[in-house]
Design a protein around this ligand. Sequence first.
Ligand SMILES: Nc1ncnc2c1ncn2[C@@H]1O[C@H](COP(=O)(O)OP(=O)(O)O)[C@@H](O)[C@H]1O
Ligand SMILES: [Mg+2]
Length: 388
Amino acid sequence: MGAGRRPLNETMPMVERFFNTSGPVVAEDHYCIPPLGRLDLDEILRLIDGKRYFVLHAPRQTGKTSALLALRDLLNGRGAHRCVYTNVETGQTARGDVAAGIRTVLAEISERALVALGDGFLDETWERTLDRAGPHGALRQALGRWSLNDPRPLVLLLDEIDTLVGDTLISVLRQLRAGYDMRPAGFPQSVILCGVRDVRDYRIHSASAGGIVTGGSAFNIKAASLRLGDFDEADVRALLGQHTAETWQQFTEAALAAVWDQSQGQPWLVNALAYEACFRNKANRDRSRTIDGEAVMDAREGLVLGRQTHLHQLADKLDEERVRRVIEPVLSGDAAGRASPDDVEYVRDLGLLARSGTARIANPIYREVIPRELMYAREAEIALETEW
Ligand SMILES: Nc1ncnc2c1ncn2[C@@H]1O[C@H](COP(=O)(O)OP(=O)(O)O)[C@@H](O)[C@H]1O
Ligand SMILES: [Mg+2]
């Protein structure tokens, strides 16, 4: 069989899969590296069995949500636990309004429990619990009653925890801590907090306390902090290899090497480069065409000029003084200049700097995007000053 002809094979999926660049991966629809394989699953199961509360963190679009959803399905499939995944991002707009924030978080968990487990207990009771206990106790009480309602221990996955701000975030952390001693019968056996940074490093502005509360003090029950890494080169080749296996479209060695070089394994970048090269580029949709190194570099150019959301969100971070203090000297070849180790750690957590070693921009694509964005920001500032 020649290149470009799809082999007839009964195990082939029904729909054509593609490289996903928006949201968590679904194996049926997207080429993907098995998400559970990206986690230290032994360690995670050990922590869950040990009734621990812990953190999973990584920069945006690394595969955290994909991994959490797979973990939830694994646990529920085994049947020994009840596991509910919730994204608490909707509580962000409540800002420091604890009543509104806790209300949103409770509604969100209840909805997820209903949909994922068919468990309507919270859905039927949370509003009454909120009336009775008030926002500062309702989350603890609702999780407590819900745990007691079923003998299977509860595992709660709270995604995007660091999108919550101010007193709302403090209240969520403190209510989890307040129920901790009642687990596993009367409170979730295990809670995973997922976000960009380790909870320990949160500096939370509390209007009620009139100052800064650190995550470490509000949530001092944390047992461990795991960081999800990027793809290694073998993962990148395996992901691209899925496209070749399913469509027979070939990549040259130079193309495979370029995807790795340019992305350094950042999962979204890998998918975005491959999507540009194989799907957005009309000519290359002809699967008999081999994708070469030049096609990958064209794809890279398309990404950079397209100012895609992922790159845009990174660029937004450049508005923070703390980030610029680290990035500017790195760009001018001065390692991290005089930035504090805390600031450098912060910028590593955001994914802008390589995860370890001397301070350097994480990959060649960011290295091109960041100075451009800094320039746009400067021009905007100058324009504003001139207007004044
Ligand atoms: N297991 C995986 N296999 C292939 N690509 C992945 C995988 N996990 C994540 N990605 C890539 O990362 C992007 C973001 O995934 P997501 O799980 O939403 O990450 P996060 O929650 O860290 O932001 C996906 O759109 C996809 O491009
Ligand atoms: Mg996510």
